[in-house]
Structures are given as structure tokens and as C-alpha cells.
Design a protein around this ligand. Structure first.
Ligand code: NAD
Length: 480
């Protein structure tokens, strides 16, 4: 094991923190590295450095910021293999999934470089008024120092979705990665630190939620917190932020549906059900963990789904033919196993999976799991499980399918499968979610928004909406 990694980057300097944390490889349960963590005093210093850097950085040109964002994208590209390796080792996801993550990070920084390039020309826009006595312009300005708090399921990706637009907007940043998965985030931070950003524009404080995240949410010098994580913590962040009337963007949980209409392609339906349930070992806010199948297809669909789920190769993230890796840590493994056990107790029928693969005695592995006959009032049907667990239910009408999908406190995403595109579009319009895929896997583009309805989100990330989350609007009205 190598030396303890510095977990603080404040005002352009890498530093050690106070407590030391073991970083675990979830596939082997071995300690991968140690990182030292910050506390409230480190947060205070980081916010101080960001506040001092803000006046100059906020006046920099979009073109200059674009050049730096492009350099970050290039730096990530150059380190692609290394970052993939760190991501898989620390998170447990297969190497090919880590490659998708790194490519997403590159695409996000490139996209916001393009957005920043165009900002100089569009920063001030005239506003049409119903009089010639006055003229008006609207101006977008960076909202200030922002705090970014991210989870462990897509390290680097969630960071990029916040950091790239924040820097493009001209904000200064304090970033807190998840203490569970700091390794790839630290390497990403090293790349960011190498591109020539002025000291204090980008600061990193590794640490636990209570020692670092909570003081960030409370600090009156932070104008906005952008948080991705669980609903329970999102509520706490919002409550703390309320004391200083801070802006919050929240990306929280989901309980999303995949709807297989009567004329769907069954092979595609099975592949997309497995993708929506088992990618990243199901640890996705966007997991389509409710699968709703037209009654007439249900028996054949279940037969094929069971066969495919049982054939999925669960293995070490670096194994050549791996399809699904490990869950992120012991706590998450136990949490998912608890959900499975309570589901069985609640009367749901376990079709396949439900435990660890026999050939993997170590590591936090769970076989792809499928339940049927899941009671509508059970936790299994209603709560986010965040593991490789699908619940399948049949429906007899389009209206019933839509009602089942919408009957949730969440509203993040949905997938619709049908060869009748008119029906698929009609269903997409009726779903109370932020993103619908039709006959498509869960592709995400930096140009399209990420976020949902109800308790899944406040605000949207990506696209122009992701930038606006870090901007204030100012109108200037002048007598002519
Ligand atoms: P979590 O809420 O436990 O932690 C998220 C982050 O918040 C971590 O960095 C953690 O250290 C920090 N934190 C913990 N307590 C805090 C506090 N009191 N104040 C401030 N910060 C605190 O979530 P997790 O277990 O890391 O991630 C899983 C959750 O994230 C799931 O619920 C999932 O749905 C959600 N998620 C949502 C999206 C989305 O885009 N909607 C994406 C990924 C994950």
C-alpha cells in the first residue's frame, strides 16, 4: 500500500488533513490506499480561498475559461486508462463501465468549453419593452462561491456535471467527493490543478458528510450548494442551507419504471431491463427497477429475463468477460441484502438471484435478482434499493401502466418500449419524470437535461440548464 494521499487542495496547494481513512477495493475487501480527510476548519479555509479568487475569476472572459475547460478534457483524455483503473478498483464497476464514465467526463468538459466560448457574445441581451422611454438589458453573472457535494456511484461523472458548468459560469468552487470513492476524484483533481486555473478557483476537501459536507451547507459565504446523493441527506443540506437562504440544486433518489408495451421487441426489452437494473450493479438513481410488462407478453418476457439474468457474468471488475462487478462497500451490500430479505418476507416471489455468487466468497457481490408478485405497498416496490434488484409486474392497459409508473414519490426517469412510436410518445408525455428513453438504453448527452419531478430533484443539470444553475440574472433598466 502506498503512502497516505493528501485529501485537501486549497488555494492551489495540496495538503494533508487530520483523520486518515482507509479506501477499500469492494471486489477484494482489501485496503487500496489511505486518504487524509479535512474538517470544518479546512472547509472554512477553502471557502476563504474561493471567496478571495472570485472577484478576478468572475471577470475572466468566457473564452479564457473555455480554454481551461478544454485543457481539463485533454488531461482526462490523456489519463483515460489510469482513471478507469482507479474508478474500477475503488467503486467495483467493470472496467468497460469505468471507460463510459471517463468518456462522459471528457464530453461534459468539452461541452461546457463550447458553452463558455459563446458566453462573451451573449452575456448581455437587450430586453424588448412596451415603451421607448426606457431601454433594458439582461445580464447573466456567476452566482459566487459554490459548494459541490457528490456521491460514490458515479465518481468523476457527477463531479464533472457540476464542476464544468460552475467553472464555465465563472464561479469558484469547493468540491467534496464521497469519502467512499476518493481515488479517481483525487486524480481528476490533480489534472484540474495542473491546467493553470488561478489559485483558489478550484478547491477540494475530502471528508465525511458531517465533518465537511455539513459545514459547507452552513457556510454563509457559499452562495449555492449543488448536491447529489440520498434524499435523507438532501433534506439535511436543504435545511442547513435555508439558514443563510442559499440556493440549492438537489439530485436525489429514484424509483423508475421500464414499460414494455404489448407490441415491444422482447429481446430488446430483456436487454434494456437488464441494463436498467444491473448496470453499475444497480447502484443508479436512474435504475428502472420497476419493470411493467403488458399482460400478453409477461410469461415469455419473464422466461427470457430469468435466463438472461442468470447468465450475467458477475466477477471482478478487471475480469475479461465481466458483465457486473461488486457493490461499492459492505454497508451497501448489507443494505441491499436487507431489502431482498424483507421483500421475501413481504410475500414477493424471488424468480432468480437473491444472494452472492457461489464462486465469489469474498467481495461485495450480489447476483442479478428478479422479483415478481411484489405487493404494491411493500418497501421493495416503493423504496430505492440501489442494488441489482428488479421488480416485475404485468398490466392490462396503457392507462394502468402509466398509473403504476407515476405512483411514486420519485420521478426521475422512465424507459418505454413499443414498436408503435405514437403510443410510445403518448406514454412518454404522460409520465411524471424528467427524462424518458424510447426503445433506447440509458444514453445521456451533455446537451440534454438531467433531473426529475417530485422528490427526485430540485433543478436540472447538464445542457444550458446546468449552466443557469450557477448564474444570477441581473436586469439593467435605463431612462432613454
Ligand atoms: P449520501 O447522501 O449518503 O452521500 C452523498 C454525499 O453527501 C457524500 O459526499 C456524503 O459524504 C455527503 N454527506 C453525507 N451526510 C452529509 C451531511 N449531513 N451534510 C452534507 N453532506 C453530507 O449518498 P450516497 O450513499 O453517497 O449515494 C447514493 C444516493 O445518491 C442514492 O440515494 C442515489 O439515488 C443518489 N444519487 C442521485 C443521483 C441523481 O442524479 N439524482 C445520482 C447519483 C446518486
Amino acid at each position: 500500500m502506498s503512502a497516505v494521499l493528501n485529501g485537501l487542495y486549497i488555494n492551489g496547494v495540496w495538503r494533508a488533513g487530520h483523520d486518515v481513512l482507509d479506501v477499500i477495493n469492494p471486489a477484494t475487501e482489501a485496503t487500496l490506499a489511505q486518504v487524509n480527510l479535512g474538517d470544518a476548519s479546512a472547509v472554512s479555509e477553502a471557502v476563504g480561498a474561493a471567496s478571495a479568487a472570485f472577484p478576478d475569476w468572475s471577470k475572466s472572459t468566457g473564452r479564457d475559461r473555455a480554454a481551461l475547460l478544454r485543457k481539463i478534457a485533454e488531461g482526462v483524455s490523456a489519463q483515460r486508462e489510469h482513471l478507469m483503473h482507479l474508478q474500477s478498483s475503488n467503486n467495483g464497476k467493470p472496467l468497460f463501465e469505468a471507460g463510459i464514465d471517463v468518456d462522459d467526463v471528457i464530453a461534459t468538459f468539452e461541452y461546457y468549453a463550447g458553452v463558455a466560448d459563446e458566453m462573451d457574445a451573449s452575456r448581455d441581451r437587450p430586453v424588448a419593452l412596451p415603451t421607448e422611454d426606457f431601454s433594458a438589458r439582461v445580464r447573466r453573472e456567476p452566482c459566487g462561491v459554490v459548494g459541490l457535494i457528490v456521491p460514490w456511484n458515479f465518481p468523476m461523472v457527477t463531479t464533472a456535471w457540476k464542476l464544468a458548468p460552475a467553472l464555465a459560469a465563472g464561479c469558484c468552487v469547493v468540491l467534496k467527493p464521497s469519502e467512499v470513492t476518493p481515488l479517481a476524484e483525487l486524480e481528476l483533481a490533480r489534472i484540474i490543478a495542473s491546467v493553470g486555473l488561478p489559485a483558489g478557483v478550484f478547491n477540494l476537501v475530502c471528508g465525511t458528510g458531517l465533518a465537511v459536507g455539513a459545514p459547507m451547507a452552513a457556510d454563509p459565504r457559499i452562495a449555492k450548494i449543488s448536491f447529489t446523493g440520498s434524499n435523507a441527506v438532501g433534506v439535511q443540506v436543504m435545511q442547513r442551507a435555508a439558514e443563510t437562504v442559499k440556493g440549492v440544486s438537489l439530485e436525489l433518489g429514484g424509483k423508475s419504471s421500464l414499460l414494455v408495451l404489448a407490441d415491444a421487441d422482447l429481446d430488446l426489452a430483456v436487454e434494456l431491463a437488464c441494463g436498467g437494473g444491473f448496470f453499475n450493479a444497480g447502484q443508479m438513481c436512474s435504475a428502472t427497477s420497476r419493470v411493467l410488462v403488458a399482460d400478453e407478453l409477461a410469461d415469455e418476457f419473464l422466461t427470457r429475463l430469468q435466463a438472461r439474468a442468470e447468465s450475467i457474468r458477475v466477477a471482478d471488475p478487471f475480469a475479461e468477460d465481466v458483465e457486473m462487478g461488486a457493490l461499492v462497500n459492505r454497508a451497501q451490500y448489507q443494505r441491499v441484502q436487507g431489502h431482498i430479505e424483507r421483500g421475501v418476507q413481504a410475500g414477493a416471489k424471488l424468480l432468480c438471484g437473491g444472494g452472492r455468487p457461489v464462486d465469489l466468497p469474498h467481495g461485495y457481490f450480489i447476483r442479478p435478482t428478479v422479483f415478481t408478485e411484489v405487493p404494491l405497498d411493500s418497501a421493495l416496490w416503493n423504496e430505492e434499493i440501489f442494488g441489482p434488484v428488479l421488480c416485475v409486474r404485468s398490466f392490462t392497459s396503457e392507462a394502468e401502466a402509466v398509473a403504476l409508473a407515476n405512483d411514486s414519490e420519485f420521478g426521475l426517469v422512465a424507459s418505454v418500449l413499443s414498436s408503435n412510436l405514437e403510443a410510445a410518445e403518448r406514454v412518454a408525455n404522460a409520465l411524471q419524470v424528467g427524462l424518458v428513453w424510447i426503445n433506447a438504453p440509458q444514453v445521456i448527452f451533455p446537451q440534454t437535461a438531467w433531473g426529475g419531478y417530485k422528490q427526485s430533484s430540485i433543478g436540472r443539470e447538464l445542457g444550458p440548464w446546468g449552466l443557469q444553475a450557477f448564474q444570477e440574472i441581473k436586469h439593467v433598466i435605463r431612462a432613454v
